[in-house]
Design a protein around this ligand. Structure first.
Ligand code: COA
Length: 373
Protein backbone atom coordinates (compact mmCIF):
# COMPACT_ATOMS: atom_id res chain seq x y z
CA UNK A 1 0.00 0.00 0.00
CA UNK A 2 1.36 3.39 -0.99
CA UNK A 3 1.58 6.26 1.47
CA UNK A 4 -0.85 8.96 0.41
CA UNK A 5 -1.01 12.74 0.82
CA UNK A 6 -3.21 15.76 0.29
CA UNK A 7 -1.04 17.61 -2.20
CA UNK A 8 -3.30 20.60 -2.92
CA UNK A 9 -6.53 22.28 -1.92
CA UNK A 10 -8.82 24.76 -3.67
CA UNK A 11 -11.72 27.00 -2.75
CA UNK A 12 -14.40 28.76 -4.78
CA UNK A 13 -16.26 31.50 -2.92
CA UNK A 14 -19.31 33.11 -4.59
CA UNK A 15 -19.02 36.86 -5.18
CA UNK A 16 -22.08 37.92 -3.16
CA UNK A 17 -22.31 37.96 0.65
CA UNK A 18 -25.41 38.40 2.83
CA UNK A 19 -25.00 39.76 6.37
CA UNK A 20 -27.18 38.68 9.30
CA UNK A 21 -28.75 42.15 9.38
CA UNK A 22 -29.73 41.94 5.70
CA UNK A 23 -31.17 38.45 6.14
CA UNK A 24 -33.08 39.37 9.29
CA UNK A 25 -34.51 42.52 7.66
CA UNK A 26 -36.04 40.39 4.87
CA UNK A 27 -37.29 37.74 7.30
CA UNK A 28 -38.90 40.34 9.54
CA UNK A 29 -40.53 42.05 6.53
CA UNK A 30 -42.02 38.65 5.61
CA UNK A 31 -43.22 38.15 9.22
CA UNK A 32 -44.82 41.62 9.35
CA UNK A 33 -46.58 41.03 6.00
CA UNK A 34 -47.78 37.57 7.09
CA UNK A 35 -49.10 38.81 10.43
CA UNK A 36 -50.89 41.71 8.72
CA UNK A 37 -52.48 39.43 6.12
CA UNK A 38 -53.63 37.01 8.85
CA UNK A 39 -54.58 39.69 11.39
CA UNK A 40 -58.22 38.56 11.64
CA UNK A 41 -57.33 34.89 12.24
CA UNK A 42 -54.60 35.88 14.70
CA UNK A 43 -57.04 38.18 16.52
CA UNK A 44 -59.59 35.33 16.73
CA UNK A 45 -56.92 33.00 18.14
CA UNK A 46 -57.16 30.67 15.13
CA UNK A 47 -53.58 31.29 13.98
CA UNK A 48 -50.42 32.13 15.90
CA UNK A 49 -48.51 35.21 14.81
CA UNK A 50 -45.04 34.59 13.39
CA UNK A 51 -42.15 35.77 15.59
CA UNK A 52 -39.34 37.99 14.29
CA UNK A 53 -35.73 36.89 14.00
CA UNK A 54 -32.70 38.77 15.31
CA UNK A 55 -29.02 39.09 14.42
CA UNK A 56 -28.10 38.94 18.12
CA UNK A 57 -29.77 35.52 18.47
CA UNK A 58 -28.02 34.20 15.35
CA UNK A 59 -24.55 35.22 16.51
CA UNK A 60 -25.14 33.99 20.06
CA UNK A 61 -26.70 30.64 19.08
CA UNK A 62 -24.43 29.77 16.15
CA UNK A 63 -21.47 32.16 15.72
CA UNK A 64 -22.62 32.93 12.15
CA UNK A 65 -22.32 36.57 11.01
CA UNK A 66 -22.50 36.33 7.22
CA UNK A 67 -22.72 33.89 4.33
CA UNK A 68 -21.79 33.80 0.64
CA UNK A 69 -24.41 32.89 -1.91
CA UNK A 70 -24.92 32.28 -5.62
CA UNK A 71 -27.80 34.80 -5.63
CA UNK A 72 -28.29 37.51 -3.06
CA UNK A 73 -31.16 39.34 -4.77
CA UNK A 74 -33.64 36.44 -4.65
CA UNK A 75 -32.78 35.56 -1.05
CA UNK A 76 -33.33 39.13 0.13
CA UNK A 77 -36.58 39.70 -1.81
CA UNK A 78 -39.43 39.07 0.71
CA UNK A 79 -41.61 37.86 -2.19
CA UNK A 80 -39.00 35.27 -3.29
CA UNK A 81 -36.72 34.29 -0.37
CA UNK A 82 -34.69 31.76 -2.30
CA UNK A 83 -31.70 31.99 -4.65
CA UNK A 84 -32.77 32.44 -8.26
CA UNK A 85 -30.61 30.51 -10.66
CA UNK A 86 -30.82 30.90 -14.41
CA UNK A 87 -31.85 27.66 -16.10
CA UNK A 88 -29.00 26.44 -18.29
CA UNK A 89 -29.15 24.42 -21.48
CA UNK A 90 -27.59 20.97 -21.89
CA UNK A 91 -24.71 22.48 -23.83
CA UNK A 92 -23.69 24.69 -20.91
CA UNK A 93 -21.82 23.64 -17.76
CA UNK A 94 -24.09 23.07 -14.77
CA UNK A 95 -23.63 25.53 -11.90
CA UNK A 96 -22.32 22.81 -9.55
CA UNK A 97 -19.78 21.59 -12.10
CA UNK A 98 -18.69 25.16 -12.79
CA UNK A 99 -18.17 25.91 -9.06
CA UNK A 100 -16.41 22.58 -8.57
CA UNK A 101 -14.12 23.21 -11.55
CA UNK A 102 -12.97 26.55 -10.12
CA UNK A 103 -12.02 24.87 -6.82
CA UNK A 104 -10.48 21.84 -8.57
CA UNK A 105 -8.26 23.94 -10.86
CA UNK A 106 -6.93 25.79 -7.83
CA UNK A 107 -6.21 22.50 -6.02
CA UNK A 108 -4.35 21.21 -9.10
CA UNK A 109 -2.33 24.40 -9.38
CA UNK A 110 -1.39 24.26 -5.70
CA UNK A 111 -0.31 20.64 -6.17
CA UNK A 112 1.72 21.45 -9.30
CA UNK A 113 -0.47 19.07 -11.32
CA UNK A 114 -2.35 19.15 -14.64
CA UNK A 115 -5.86 17.68 -15.17
CA UNK A 116 -4.30 14.87 -17.26
CA UNK A 117 -2.43 13.69 -14.14
CA UNK A 118 -5.77 12.88 -12.46
CA UNK A 119 -7.44 9.47 -12.87
CA UNK A 120 -10.63 10.01 -10.89
CA UNK A 121 -12.97 12.77 -9.74
CA UNK A 122 -15.31 12.32 -6.78
CA UNK A 123 -18.02 14.89 -6.27
CA UNK A 124 -18.79 14.46 -2.58
CA UNK A 125 -21.49 16.79 -1.28
CA UNK A 126 -24.92 17.07 0.37
CA UNK A 127 -27.07 18.25 -2.50
CA UNK A 128 -26.70 17.24 -6.12
CA UNK A 129 -28.53 19.32 -8.67
CA UNK A 130 -29.55 16.21 -10.65
CA UNK A 131 -29.23 12.44 -10.23
CA UNK A 132 -27.45 11.87 -13.57
CA UNK A 133 -25.35 12.20 -15.61
CA UNK A 134 -23.11 12.49 -12.56
CA UNK A 135 -21.79 15.98 -11.84
CA UNK A 136 -18.40 14.28 -11.37
CA UNK A 137 -18.47 12.94 -14.94
CA UNK A 138 -19.39 16.39 -16.23
CA UNK A 139 -16.54 17.83 -14.17
CA UNK A 140 -14.18 15.21 -15.61
CA UNK A 141 -15.09 16.47 -19.09
CA UNK A 142 -14.85 20.14 -18.12
CA UNK A 143 -11.41 19.67 -16.54
CA UNK A 144 -10.06 17.10 -18.99
CA UNK A 145 -9.13 14.51 -16.37
CA UNK A 146 -8.73 10.82 -17.26
CA UNK A 147 -10.36 7.65 -15.97
CA UNK A 148 -13.66 7.96 -14.18
CA UNK A 149 -15.80 10.06 -11.86
CA UNK A 150 -18.79 9.50 -9.62
CA UNK A 151 -20.97 11.41 -7.19
CA UNK A 152 -21.41 10.52 -3.55
CA UNK A 153 -23.58 12.00 -0.83
CA UNK A 154 -23.02 11.58 2.90
CA UNK A 155 -24.43 14.99 3.83
CA UNK A 156 -22.08 17.34 5.69
CA UNK A 157 -19.56 14.51 6.20
CA UNK A 158 -19.26 13.91 2.44
CA UNK A 159 -15.75 15.35 2.05
CA UNK A 160 -14.31 13.04 4.74
CA UNK A 161 -16.03 10.05 3.14
CA UNK A 162 -14.65 11.23 -0.22
CA UNK A 163 -11.13 11.45 1.20
CA UNK A 164 -11.31 7.89 2.54
CA UNK A 165 -12.60 6.62 -0.82
CA UNK A 166 -9.79 8.50 -2.58
CA UNK A 167 -7.17 7.14 -0.16
CA UNK A 168 -8.41 3.59 -0.81
CA UNK A 169 -8.12 4.08 -4.59
CA UNK A 170 -4.77 5.90 -4.60
CA UNK A 171 -3.03 3.71 -2.00
CA UNK A 172 -3.99 0.55 -3.93
CA UNK A 173 -2.95 2.04 -7.25
CA UNK A 174 -6.39 2.01 -8.93
CA UNK A 175 -6.09 5.80 -9.39
CA UNK A 176 -2.83 7.76 -9.76
CA UNK A 177 -4.45 10.87 -8.34
CA UNK A 178 -8.01 11.62 -7.19
CA UNK A 179 -9.82 14.93 -6.86
CA UNK A 180 -12.40 15.15 -4.06
CA UNK A 181 -14.66 18.05 -4.99
CA UNK A 182 -17.43 19.45 -2.75
CA UNK A 183 -19.63 22.05 -4.46
CA UNK A 184 -22.43 23.12 -2.13
CA UNK A 185 -25.40 25.35 -3.01
CA UNK A 186 -26.90 24.98 0.45
CA UNK A 187 -29.04 28.12 0.18
CA UNK A 188 -31.24 26.35 -2.38
CA UNK A 189 -32.29 23.66 0.12
CA UNK A 190 -32.90 26.15 2.93
CA UNK A 191 -36.32 27.43 3.96
CA UNK A 192 -35.65 31.15 4.36
CA UNK A 193 -39.15 31.49 5.90
CA UNK A 194 -38.28 29.18 8.83
CA UNK A 195 -37.08 31.26 11.81
CA UNK A 196 -35.32 28.27 13.40
CA UNK A 197 -32.90 27.79 10.52
CA UNK A 198 -33.15 30.66 7.98
CA UNK A 199 -29.65 31.87 8.90
CA UNK A 200 -27.79 28.58 8.82
CA UNK A 201 -26.40 27.98 5.34
CA UNK A 202 -24.12 29.49 2.71
CA UNK A 203 -22.67 28.42 -0.65
CA UNK A 204 -19.08 27.50 -1.63
CA UNK A 205 -17.06 24.77 -3.35
CA UNK A 206 -13.85 23.06 -2.27
CA UNK A 207 -11.42 20.54 -3.75
CA UNK A 208 -8.61 18.34 -2.45
CA UNK A 209 -6.08 16.45 -4.56
CA UNK A 210 -5.06 13.07 -3.14
CA UNK A 211 -2.00 11.31 -4.58
CA UNK A 212 0.82 8.97 -3.55
CA UNK A 213 3.44 10.65 -1.40
CA UNK A 214 6.24 9.28 -3.61
CA UNK A 215 4.82 10.99 -6.75
CA UNK A 216 3.83 14.32 -5.25
CA UNK A 217 5.47 17.47 -6.62
CA UNK A 218 3.83 19.72 -4.03
CA UNK A 219 5.79 21.77 -1.50
CA UNK A 220 2.61 22.25 0.55
CA UNK A 221 1.38 18.78 1.44
CA UNK A 222 0.10 16.62 4.27
CA UNK A 223 0.57 12.89 4.67
CA UNK A 224 -2.72 11.15 5.45
CA UNK A 225 -1.91 9.03 8.51
CA UNK A 226 -5.38 7.54 8.72
CA UNK A 227 -9.09 7.95 8.03
CA UNK A 228 -12.06 6.68 10.03
CA UNK A 229 -15.77 6.95 9.25
CA UNK A 230 -18.88 6.39 11.34
CA UNK A 231 -22.63 6.55 10.78
CA UNK A 232 -25.59 6.23 13.13
CA UNK A 233 -29.19 6.68 11.97
CA UNK A 234 -31.07 9.78 13.13
CA UNK A 235 -34.10 11.74 11.93
CA UNK A 236 -32.90 14.93 13.59
CA UNK A 237 -31.54 16.41 10.35
CA UNK A 238 -33.62 15.64 7.26
CA UNK A 239 -34.01 16.64 3.65
CA UNK A 240 -36.94 14.81 2.03
CA UNK A 241 -36.54 16.24 -1.45
CA UNK A 242 -36.46 13.39 -3.92
CA UNK A 243 -37.75 11.84 -7.10
CA UNK A 244 -40.66 10.15 -5.32
CA UNK A 245 -42.11 13.47 -4.14
CA UNK A 246 -44.51 13.86 -7.11
CA UNK A 247 -45.73 10.25 -6.68
CA UNK A 248 -46.37 10.40 -2.96
CA UNK A 249 -50.02 10.49 -1.88
CA UNK A 250 -50.88 12.81 -0.29
CA UNK A 251 -48.14 14.98 -1.80
CA UNK A 252 -45.78 16.80 0.55
CA UNK A 253 -45.89 20.57 0.84
CA UNK A 254 -42.92 22.51 -0.62
CA UNK A 255 -41.62 23.34 2.86
CA UNK A 256 -41.69 19.68 3.90
CA UNK A 257 -39.01 18.76 1.36
CA UNK A 258 -36.47 21.36 2.39
CA UNK A 259 -33.82 21.14 5.13
CA UNK A 260 -35.09 20.83 8.71
CA UNK A 261 -33.49 19.85 11.96
CA UNK A 262 -33.85 19.53 15.71
CA UNK A 263 -30.82 21.74 16.28
CA UNK A 264 -30.58 21.29 20.02
CA UNK A 265 -30.76 17.47 19.82
CA UNK A 266 -28.19 17.49 17.02
CA UNK A 267 -25.86 19.56 19.16
CA UNK A 268 -26.21 17.23 22.15
CA UNK A 269 -25.90 13.97 20.22
CA UNK A 270 -23.24 14.82 17.65
CA UNK A 271 -20.70 16.42 20.03
CA UNK A 272 -20.01 13.19 21.98
CA UNK A 273 -20.15 11.06 18.82
CA UNK A 274 -17.46 13.15 17.10
CA UNK A 275 -15.29 13.61 20.20
CA UNK A 276 -15.26 9.83 20.77
CA UNK A 277 -14.52 9.17 17.10
CA UNK A 278 -11.52 11.54 17.15
CA UNK A 279 -10.20 10.24 20.48
CA UNK A 280 -10.41 6.58 19.46
CA UNK A 281 -8.90 7.29 16.03
CA UNK A 282 -5.96 9.20 17.50
CA UNK A 283 -5.42 6.52 20.16
CA UNK A 284 -5.32 3.77 17.52
CA UNK A 285 -2.75 5.77 15.56
CA UNK A 286 -0.65 6.17 18.73
CA UNK A 287 -1.08 9.96 18.76
CA UNK A 288 -1.78 11.76 22.03
CA UNK A 289 -4.51 14.45 21.75
CA UNK A 290 -2.01 17.02 23.08
CA UNK A 291 0.12 16.42 19.96
CA UNK A 292 -2.64 17.74 17.68
CA UNK A 293 -1.78 21.27 16.58
CA UNK A 294 -4.91 21.94 14.53
CA UNK A 295 -8.55 20.83 14.22
CA UNK A 296 -10.25 21.62 10.92
CA UNK A 297 -13.80 20.90 12.04
CA UNK A 298 -17.11 20.95 10.20
CA UNK A 299 -18.43 24.48 10.40
CA UNK A 300 -22.04 24.41 11.61
CA UNK A 301 -21.99 25.86 15.09
CA UNK A 302 -19.21 27.62 16.99
CA UNK A 303 -20.22 26.27 20.41
CA UNK A 304 -20.31 22.73 19.04
CA UNK A 305 -16.77 23.02 17.67
CA UNK A 306 -15.46 24.52 20.90
CA UNK A 307 -16.98 21.65 22.86
CA UNK A 308 -15.63 18.94 20.55
CA UNK A 309 -12.10 20.41 20.68
CA UNK A 310 -12.34 20.73 24.47
CA UNK A 311 -13.42 17.11 24.87
CA UNK A 312 -10.53 15.93 22.72
CA UNK A 313 -7.84 18.18 24.21
CA UNK A 314 -9.11 18.15 27.80
CA UNK A 315 -8.98 21.96 27.81
CA UNK A 316 -10.32 24.89 25.78
CA UNK A 317 -8.86 25.22 22.28
CA UNK A 318 -7.96 28.66 20.96
CA UNK A 319 -8.87 29.92 17.49
CA UNK A 320 -5.44 29.02 16.10
CA UNK A 321 -5.95 25.41 17.19
CA UNK A 322 -9.57 25.20 15.95
CA UNK A 323 -9.97 27.87 13.25
CA UNK A 324 -13.41 29.31 12.57
CA UNK A 325 -14.73 30.13 9.11
CA UNK A 326 -18.46 29.78 9.84
CA UNK A 327 -18.60 33.40 11.01
CA UNK A 328 -17.97 34.48 7.41
CA UNK A 329 -19.22 31.46 5.40
CA UNK A 330 -21.99 30.04 7.66
CA UNK A 331 -22.57 26.28 7.26
CA UNK A 332 -21.41 25.24 3.80
CA UNK A 333 -22.09 21.57 4.56
CA UNK A 334 -19.36 19.26 3.19
CA UNK A 335 -17.20 22.22 2.14
CA UNK A 336 -16.85 23.68 5.65
CA UNK A 337 -14.00 21.65 7.16
CA UNK A 338 -12.09 21.82 3.87
CA UNK A 339 -12.47 25.63 3.74
CA UNK A 340 -10.97 25.74 7.26
CA UNK A 341 -8.12 23.48 6.07
CA UNK A 342 -7.55 25.49 2.89
CA UNK A 343 -7.36 28.82 4.70
CA UNK A 344 -5.51 27.71 7.84
CA UNK A 345 -2.70 25.23 7.18
CA UNK A 346 0.27 27.12 5.80
CA UNK A 347 1.64 28.17 9.20
CA UNK A 348 2.05 24.58 10.43
CA UNK A 349 5.61 23.25 10.69
CA UNK A 350 6.94 19.96 9.28
CA UNK A 351 5.83 17.11 11.53
CA UNK A 352 2.82 18.94 12.97
CA UNK A 353 -0.34 16.87 13.33
CA UNK A 354 -3.79 18.12 12.31
CA UNK A 355 -7.23 16.50 12.25
CA UNK A 356 -9.88 17.25 9.63
CA UNK A 357 -13.33 16.20 10.79
CA UNK A 358 -16.65 16.52 9.01
CA UNK A 359 -20.00 15.55 10.55
CA UNK A 360 -23.70 16.00 10.04
CA UNK A 361 -26.90 14.36 8.87
CA UNK A 362 -27.23 10.61 8.93
CA UNK A 363 -25.71 11.01 11.49
CA UNK A 364 -22.39 10.72 9.71
CA UNK A 365 -18.88 11.63 10.82
CA UNK A 366 -15.37 11.29 9.51
CA UNK A 367 -11.87 11.79 10.90
CA UNK A 368 -8.81 12.39 8.70
CA UNK A 369 -5.51 12.57 10.60
CA UNK A 370 -2.78 14.50 8.78
CA UNK A 371 0.93 15.17 9.26
CA UNK A 372 2.52 18.26 7.73
CA UNK A 373 5.49 17.38 5.51
N1 COA B 1 -34.33 34.64 16.20
C1 COA B 1 -34.67 34.83 17.48
N2 COA B 1 -35.02 33.82 18.31
C2 COA B 1 -35.04 32.58 17.80
C3 COA B 1 -34.71 32.32 16.45
C4 COA B 1 -34.35 33.41 15.64
N3 COA B 1 -34.01 33.24 14.36
N4 COA B 1 -34.82 30.99 16.23
C5 COA B 1 -35.20 30.43 17.37
N5 COA B 1 -35.34 31.39 18.34
C6 COA B 1 -35.76 31.21 19.75
C7 COA B 1 -36.57 29.95 19.93
O1 COA B 1 -37.94 30.21 19.68
C8 COA B 1 -36.32 29.64 21.39
O2 COA B 1 -37.12 30.46 22.19
P1 COA B 1 -37.72 29.95 23.60
O3 COA B 1 -36.51 29.68 24.45
O4 COA B 1 -38.55 31.09 24.04
O5 COA B 1 -38.48 28.70 23.28
C9 COA B 1 -34.86 30.07 21.58
O6 COA B 1 -34.60 31.02 20.56
C10 COA B 1 -33.87 28.94 21.50
O7 COA B 1 -34.13 28.19 20.30
P2 COA B 1 -33.32 26.89 19.91
O8 COA B 1 -33.80 26.39 18.59
O9 COA B 1 -33.33 25.95 21.07
O10 COA B 1 -31.86 27.53 19.73
P3 COA B 1 -30.46 26.87 19.90
O11 COA B 1 -29.71 27.56 20.96
O12 COA B 1 -30.50 25.38 19.93
O13 COA B 1 -29.76 27.30 18.50
C11 COA B 1 -29.17 26.31 16.40
C12 COA B 1 -30.30 26.83 17.29
C13 COA B 1 -29.79 25.71 15.16
C14 COA B 1 -28.28 27.48 16.02
C15 COA B 1 -28.33 25.26 17.17
O14 COA B 1 -29.18 24.35 17.82
C16 COA B 1 -27.37 24.49 16.30
O15 COA B 1 -26.60 25.03 15.51
N6 COA B 1 -27.35 23.14 16.47
C17 COA B 1 -26.44 22.29 15.76
C18 COA B 1 -26.99 22.05 14.43
C19 COA B 1 -26.06 21.33 13.49
O16 COA B 1 -24.89 21.19 13.72
N7 COA B 1 -26.60 20.89 12.42
C20 COA B 1 -25.86 20.26 11.43
C21 COA B 1 -26.49 20.68 10.17
S1 COA B 1 -25.54 20.10 8.87
Amino acid sequence: MKKVCISGSGLFTPAEAVSNDELVATFNRYVADYNQQHAAAIGAGETSPLQPSSSEFIVKASGIRSRFTVDKTGILDPQVMRPRIEKRGEGEPSLMAEMGAAAALQALENAGRKPQDVDSVLVACSNLQRPYPAIAVELQALLGTRGFGFDMNVACASAAFGVQTAVDAVSRGSSRATLVVSPEICTAHLNFRNRDCHFIFGDAATALLIEPLENSLSQDRFEILGTRLQTQFSNNIRNDFGFLNPSEQPPRRWDEVLFRQEGRKVFKEVVPMVAELLLSHLADLGIAPAEVKRFWLHQANLGMNQLIAKRVLGRDANETEAPVILDEYANTSSAGSVIAFHKYHRDLAAGDIGVLSAFGAGYSAGSVVLRRL
